[in-house]
Structure formats: C-alpha cells, structure tokens
Unconditional design. Structure first.
Length: 76
C-alpha cells in the first residue's frame, strides 16, 4: 500500500476554498465583482510566484551586467 507522506497536499487549501466561495457568491448574485477578481484565488498565487521569479531573474541579470561592466572598466 502507498502511504501518503506529510509533504503531500491534503485537501483543497485556503485559496481553493476561497475561490469556490467567491464563485458561489457570484453565481448567487451576492457579490457583483468582475470574474477576474472572483477567480483571483485560483490564478493569483501562480501570478505572484511568476512575478517573484521574474524579479529574481531581472536582479540576477543586472548583477551579472554590473559585474561585467565593472570588469570592462577596470581593464581599461
């Protein structure tokens, strides 16, 4: 038998639960939000992770560029 480890996801999670609640509230006309914001709990964490990754790549690239420029200036 396969036993689940403690690292595996168990259940829907906070973002999934919040997303389902927002969709239900939207369909029952309790909230009048745009569908973009209603579905934000589903795509929001991925978008934030991608933005963080993009920022890290940009900062890494700038560090490499400054290091290269510094070497070029010191060599002459």
């Amino acid at each position: 038998m396969n036993e689940k480890t403690s690292n595996e996801a168990k259940g829907i999670g906070v973002c999934g639960l919040l997303g389902v609640a927002f969709v239900i509230l939207k369909l029952c006309h309790v909230i009048e939000w745009s569908w973009v914001w209603v579905t934000a709990p589903f795509w929001g964490p991925v978008a934030i992770a991608l933005l963080i990754l993009l920022a890290m790549v940009v900062l890494w690239s700038l560090a490499k560029l400054f290091k290269w420029v510094g070497r070029r200036l010191s060599n002459g």
